[in-house]
Design a protein. Sequence first.
Length: 248
Amino acid sequence: MGRLWIYHLHIISGLASQRDTRQTRFMNNTASSVGSHGKTIAIAGNIGTGKSSLVEFLTRTYGIKPFYEPNDENPYLPDFYKDMKSWAFHSQLYFLSNKFRMHQQLERVSGVVVLDRTIYEDAEIFATALHDMRKFTGRDWDTYWNFYQIILDAIRPPDLMIYLRCSMRTLRKRIRLRGREMESDIPLAYLKRLEGLYENWLGSYRLSEVLVLETDKLDYINDMVDCLEVMERVEALLPTTLQRDGAA
């Protein structure tokens, strides 16, 4: 039977962020400072690495627009829970098409945006995990992957990819502390599978600048030294793009 943890877990960040009123705020970081199109900062990383917290920090620090996971209810999920192998293709294709639509929307924004998880993770991590667990047929996987490749040709990569990494011990501790029901019974083996897929993907990612942050002891919410370190490292890679909120 289907457990909630195997549900395409990238939706969790979006569900948690649905209540955040900043989703509806457009905070000005003007197009004149970033060129003819907007700039995108993408945040990637395993469950519990601190993606949503970093999105909130960057939004607050630079007055930029956050983009969270689409929250539309996937109509295939009830069937997927009952029979994952029969419905994995349909449910994952729905997620992929929704994320494609979101990428199209953010490309029309003229200022700077920060994206909580990317379309690359949909395919390269979560759908691939289901494929490796033999929840896709070979034919369905080929169709899904070919569609993903077409999407890659149609979207603009982020200007900066920030990858968050932390130990499995820290990751599991954070998952327990935040107490989300859908995450309560995620098997350790599944988290390790995702971690391996993330590291393999990162090793071959060449579409943009990459900043890796080790988040085990990095507190960019409460520690001023850590906050300054993150700001300096991000600004070094986007030197003409970001202006700290309230700066002259």
